[in-house]
Design a protein around this ligand. Sequence first.
Ligand code: RAM
Length: 339
Amino acid sequence: MKGRLLKHLTSIALISVLGVVLLTTASAATSLKTGLKVFVIPKNLGNPYFTTADSVKSGGALKALQQLKESGTETSGTQATAASQIPAIQAAITKGANALIVSATDASALCPTLKQAMAKKIAVVTYDSDAPACRNVFINQADSKAIGTSEVDLLASQINKTGDIAVVSAAASATNQNAWIGFMKSQLKKYPKMKLVSVVYGNDDPTVSTQVTQGLLQQFPNLKGIISPTTVGIAAAAAVLDTPKYRGKIKLTGLGTPNQLRKYVLDGTIDGFELWNPADLGYLAAYAAVNFASGTITGKAGQTFTAGTPGKYKIGAKNTVLLGPPFVFNNANIDKFNF
Ligand code: RAM
């Protein structure tokens, strides 16, 4: 992962692999349909995580769609809620989408609309946050168990395996965060002196995330650590903890983007946090969607497809493709990353 992440992000490495990339892309593209209408529908617009996952500039989903000569559009609501996201999905169906790439705000609320799409033979690929009962393929950024357990292990190492801890999550309905929190709870059984006192929800909204973090500090004066498995939540929590009263005293970890958290890592508010390369996630999801819409994969376990820069991927159980392991960012490496 580290190698690939660095390779993806440094221009020197990019130049050195460019020849291979072009060859791979060209040969993969020959069997794929072109001119497909593909809609990339993140949980919401305006979250830097999804901007990186989706945009041409970062090498995300829209970049892959451009390389494959498809018509790619990013669309969603402004809030990370089903009510905000569903109209964008419906509009994409009405506009004649051939494929949808969706990060589900709420799987059960989205399912009827996604099923309508599948009934119209529109390829439905979920990325980041799944809707397991109503999609063709899910692109998972990292193994959910690995994310949940490693977050707890990271915090345990920072608080000497002792003390009250809390979670600042995204929306209560988010499939991805809920899966990770489930594995955090299992892993906490290995740390009998750590106690999870509260899980609060900031809804991937900076203001709400700030408020729920402040609420935790008031309600639990003995709090020793916070895990925020959302890039919006951890950035808001870091800003709250970045005062002499809390800095270094309440440890914060979770999932964040290096650009949003660099300041807090450098000033000691955060020792270490995790993520993967969101651009690789979006890029891979786009290749999966185009392959599915072209009939070159059906989602069956064992099938493989090539996804440009990242390379060859195999579909695993439950029509799921795994991007790779999570990566730990800290003081020693954060300056190497720019997203
Ligand atoms: C937020 C979103 C997204 C999640 C990341 C880690 O940006 O909730 O779904 O994967 O955090």
